[in-house]
Write a protein that binds this ligand. Structure first.
Ligand SMILES: *Cc1c(COP(=O)(O)O)cnc(C)c1O
Length: 374
């Protein structure tokens, strides 16, 4: 039951109207990060209210994203990605030391540079997001009040200039597009001045949660033919996130000569059924976004309620995508570990004698192929 009275449409209607008219800076000035603001959009449940009141966590989203919530359905895929849950107190499979574990063995770098591969690094440039994902794998850094990392961008740039083996820089955070235009411009210019950098990638959820961010000013910074191209990775997890403003933001990015891919996270009860999964990937192609990765829900603590069996993503790709829609729609399914990202395939069966293997298609038909010795 909503404080405003069950069935009263007025506050929600006003909230939706105001969300649709706000610029990106206005959206960020009015985040939906208090119970009072959330209840302008939805009827909260007792569990949601208790989680908001008791969990010590950074949370909140934009009016744009809140407007996509189903006001009456607590299982709404947008609500579950944004509103804290009491289930976050539990942890059975997550590693309390998840961030240290995935970075284990990495060489010493500034705090803003994460290096797991010889030729490429993650460059953390912001500790803020427009919308805080409850399934965030950097939740220890981003969602814990008072544990925000110290991100020195100039120190990161200096490190990159000195490390000539790095060809590919993945700008991440937090969300890099929460920086103001001048900061993004500076970062892109400075990276392009480094002779050994041949690729700039940016991971941002703003086209999904804050499409107003793709302004003419930002487009001017990204636009044009350059020696070093920019590839952008979104995170879009559910077809409901694909709206007209979002599709327009993607188009505007593409029109700058930027490539746009998607990195989805496999989330139980949100996108782990065949129909939603297929619809997500089909719709991504229709807005010109190439699915790149499907991530297994990371072994970060407190997110077991989003966790599926490990094989689930591979089975979904086989059963919901392969043979039913074009290979262009098929992401690489990976799990992040202390030895890097590991691709996971649906299991093939070996014959008992080991001389052949049996492959299965989406319809459950099988074919047997010989195993060729080395
Ligand atoms: C994911 C990741 C990258 C980028 O990996 P790609 O497979 O090239 O997308 C780079 N560095 C780190 C530390 C990563 O976790």
């Amino acid at each position: 039951m909503n404080r405003h009275g069950h069935g009263s449409p007025a506050p929600r209607a006003r909230a939706l109207e105001s969300a649709a008219g706000q610029s990106w800076t206005e959206q960020l000035k009015h985040p939906v990060n208090t119970l009072r603001r959330l209840e302008r959009f939805i009827e909260t449940t007792p569990g949601e209210r208790e989680a908001i009141a008791t969990l010590q966590t950074v949370w909140g989203t934009t009016p744009h994203f809140a407007a996509l919530m189903d006001p009456r359905d607590p299982a709404c895929p947008i609500r579950r990605q944004v509103i804290p849950s009491l289930a976050e107190r539990e942890n059975r499979y997550g590693r309390p030391d998840f961030l240290a574990w995935v970075e284990q063995g990495a060489e010493a770098t500034p705090a803003c540079i994460l290096k797991a591969y010889p030729d490429r690094v993650v460059f953390l440039v912001s500790d803020r997001c427009a919308s805080y994902c409850r399934h965030c794998f950097r939740r220890d850094l981003i969602l814990c009040p008072g544990r925000r990392p110290r991100l020195e961008r100039e120190e990161g740039l200096r490190w990159l200039r000195e490390h000539t083996e790095i060809r590919d820089v993945l700008i991440s955070g937090g969300d890099p597009f929460l920086l103001v235009d001048a900061e993004i411009d500076h970062l892109v210019r400075k990276l392009r001045e480094i002779p050994h950098i041949t690729l700039i990638r940016i991971g941002t959820r703003t086209p999904v949660v804050l499409p107003q961010r793709i302004t003419p000013g930002l487009m001017k910074i990204l636009r044009g033919y350059h020696r070093v191209p920019i590839w952008i990775s979104l995170q879009c997890n559910h077809p409901r996130e694909i709206t007209e403003p979002m599709a327009r933001a993607v188009y505007d990015l593409l029109s700058c000569g930027v490539s746009v891919g998607n990195q989805a996270v496999l989330l139980r009860g949100i996108n782990d059924d065949a129909e939603t999964f297929r619809e997500l990937h089909r719709r991504l192609l229709t807005i010109r976004v190439r699915p790149y990765y499907l991530f297994y829900c990371d072994f970060a603590p407190g997110i077991d309620h989003f966790r599926t069996p490990l094989e689930k993503g591979a089975e979904l790709i086989r059963d919901a995508l392969q043979g039913q829609i074009t290979g262009l729609a098929q992401p690489h399914y990976v799990v992040s570990t202390n030895i890097g990202k590991i691709p996971i395939q649906a299991r093939e069966r070996r014959s008992r004698a080991g001389r052949s293997c049996r492959l299965r298609n989406a319809e459950g038909k099988t074919v047997t192929l010989p195993r060729i010795p080395d």
